[in-house]
Design a protein around this ligand. Structure first.
Ligand SMILES: [Ca+2]
Length: 266
C-alpha cells in the first residue's frame, strides 16, 4: 500500500471556500454514543439492520484471517462470527439485500453470498478487478474499487450495468472506499482521509462533505493504517454508525451542519 497522503480535509475545505462552492454542503459527524468494537478487526464494511451491525473485516499482520460477523448494535457484543468459505482471501465491502449478505474480496476476484441470519455461505460470483466498498442501490448494488469510479451491479448476476465517475469540484476523487446508501445519495469513505463524501448518484458530483475528524480525534489509533472505514446508516434514528480499521470503538453519530467557526472565511 502506498504511504498516507496525509490529511486533505483542511485543504479541501479551504479550496471549497476559495471557490465559493455553494453546491457542496459542509457537515460534521458528532458522537452521540460510543460502543465497544470487539477486536481488533481490520474493518472493511459495516451495515446496520434492525438492531444489528454486520461487519466485514480483512486479514492483515495482526489479523491472520478475514471475517464476517454480526454485532448487537446496542452493546457491540459479537452475536455470530464466521470466516469466508475460501481461505486466504482478503475480505472487503459488505452489503445486505433481502435475506442475503454480500461480501467483496480485495484482489481475490470473488464476491461471497451468505444467509444474513445464519451467515451460512450461499455461493459466490466472480469479479474482475479489485473490490473495495459495496452498498445496495436501486435494484442492485453499487461498488467502489479504489479508483474515482463507482460501478452499479445487477442483483442477480453481479454484472456491471453502469459506471459513474465521482468528482469533487470537477476533479476526479480517487480512493473511494467503504460505501453506504444514505439520505441524499451514496456516502463514501475516502481512504486515508478523515471525511466522508455524499455523491449524487446521477451525476457523480460530490454534493456534501462530512467532517469525521471529531470522531477520529477521540480514538487512540494504534497504527498508521488504522484509518476511518466503516459507515452504516440507521434510518430509524437518522444516525450513523462510524468506525475505523482497528478502532477500539464504534461511534453512533449524528450529522450536523459544520459550525461557521470551524470553516475557513469565504
Ligand atoms: Ca456500509
Amino acid at each position: 500500500m502506498r504511504p498516507s497522503p496525509g490529511n486533505l480535509l483542511a485543504p479541501l475545505f479551504v479550496l471549497l471556500a476559495l471557490l465559493g462552492a455553494a453546491r457542496v454542503q459542509e457537515f460534521v459527524f458528532l458522537a452521540e454514543r460510543t460502543l465497544p468494537h470487539p477486536g481488533p478487526v481490520f474493518t472493511q464494511g459495516l451495515v446496520y439492520h434492525r438492531g444489528k451491525l454486520y461487519e466485514s473485516a480483512g486479514a492483515s499482520g495482526i489479523h491472520p484471517r478475514s471475517s464476517l460477523r454480526i454485532l448487537d448494535a446496542g452493546t457491540g457484543k459479537v452475536l455470530l462470527a464466521t470466516e469466508p468459505p475460501k481461505s486466504g482471501v482478503f475480505a472487503e465491502g459488505l452489503a445486505l439485500r433481502g435475506p442475503d449478505l454480500l461480501q467483496l474480496t480485495w484482489k481475490d476476484c470473488r464476491v461471497f453470498r451468505y444467509d444474513a441470519e445464519t451467515l451460512a455461505p450461499k455461493g459466490s460470483w466472480m469479479l474482475e478487478g479489485e473490490g473495495w466498498g459495496l452498498a445496495p442501490w436501486g435494484d442492485g448494488f453499487v461498488m467502489s474499487d479504489g479508483s474515482a469510479w463507482l460501478s452499479f451491479r445487477d442483483a442477480r448476476s453481479f454484472a456491471e450495468t453502469r459506471r459513474l465517475k465521482v468528482t469533487l469540484e470537477g476533479e476526479p476523487l480517487r480512493d473511494l472506499n467503504e460505501l453506504e446508501a444514505g439520505p441524499g445519495g451514496i456516502w463514501a469513505n475516502v481512504w486515508h482521509e478523515n471525511f466522508v463524501v455524499r455523491i449524487d448518484a446521477a451525476t457523480g458530483e460530490v454534493n456534501a462533505l462530512i467532517d469525521a475528524s471529531p470522531l477520529e480525534r477521540a480514538v487512540a489509533r494504534p497504527h498508521g493504517e488504522a484509518v476511518l472505514n466503516g459507515l452504516a446508516y440507521q434510518p430509524e434514528k437518522d444516525l450513523w454508525f462510524v468506525t475505523g480499521k482497528d478502532w477500539p470503538v464504534i461511534f453512533e453519530a449524528r450529522v450536523a451542519p459544520r459550525p461557521p467557526s470551524s470553516r475557513s472565511p469565504r
